[in-house]
Ligand binder design. Sequence first.
Ligand SMILES: NC(=O)c1ccc[n+]([C@@H]2O[C@H](COP(=O)([O-])OP(=O)(O)OC[C@H]3O[C@@H](n4cnc5c(N)ncnc54)[C@H](OP(=O)(O)O)[C@@H]3O)[C@@H](O)[C@H]2O)c1
Length: 210
Amino acid sequence: MEIAIIGAGNVGSALGKGWAAEGHSIVYGVRDPGAPKLREVLSASHGKARAASVAEAASSARIVVLAVPWPAARDALSAAGDLGGKILVDATNPLRPGLDGLAVGPDTSAAEQIARWAAGASVVKAFNTTGSGNMEDPVFHGEAITMFICGDSEDAKRTVGQLAGDLGFDVVDAGALVAARHLESLALFWVHLAYNMGMGRDFAFKLVRR
Ligand SMILES: NC(=O)c1ccc[n+]([C@@H]2O[C@H](COP(=O)([O-])OP(=O)(O)OC[C@H]3O[C@@H](n4cnc5c(N)ncnc54)[C@H](OP(=O)(O)O)[C@@H]3O)[C@@H](O)[C@H]2O)c1
């Protein structure tokens, strides 16, 4: 499957490397496709990744992952152009600069705002509730950690769920896109534990069932 990832930072590169290792083709949509810092990201992708402009990347894949800082989301989406008919995976977290709260919500979410900006795209919230290091290695002591996803299109969620499963996550469907309000709050809680409580980044959430 060809996957466009807008942003080749911590999250974009973790997802891209993992999917490339599973045989998917990655096109990173970036502001400077020739930037030296992309060399390590591309060379870690077994010849399955390339870099292009944001517009070219987004137009060449049916699945587009948004992995940019929240304040850049609107610009990145307008650079991507028309995303109608595509699956748009929103990995952003609208963290306030001091990491002490969310800049969006509680009566809406970044994902719902993104869905308004990217009219016609099927938005799925995913890959926002754990650290990027865990996206590269989502197995703790033999147990797959949980990746919660939500969105209004069952087809789009099925596809994104498969992609999360390819990375090794235990995927849990959290419902319609409105549930992104909970997923973004859960991400804030992960950040609180990591930084305010000194737990570091090497922990993750796992849903257990009886
Ligand atoms: N880090 C985590 O563990 C983590 C976990 C879950 C979710 N998230 C969320 O995921 C998103 C990305 O986080 P990150 O840690 O990967 O950030 P990052 O390492 O800072 O990378 C951000 C990427 O976005 C690109 N970018 C910035 N502005 C852009 C624009 N206007 N148009 C196109 N590309 C632009 C940057 O490109 P340049 O090189 O050109 O600046 C860079 O490649 C954030 O919303 C974050 O809250 C992060």
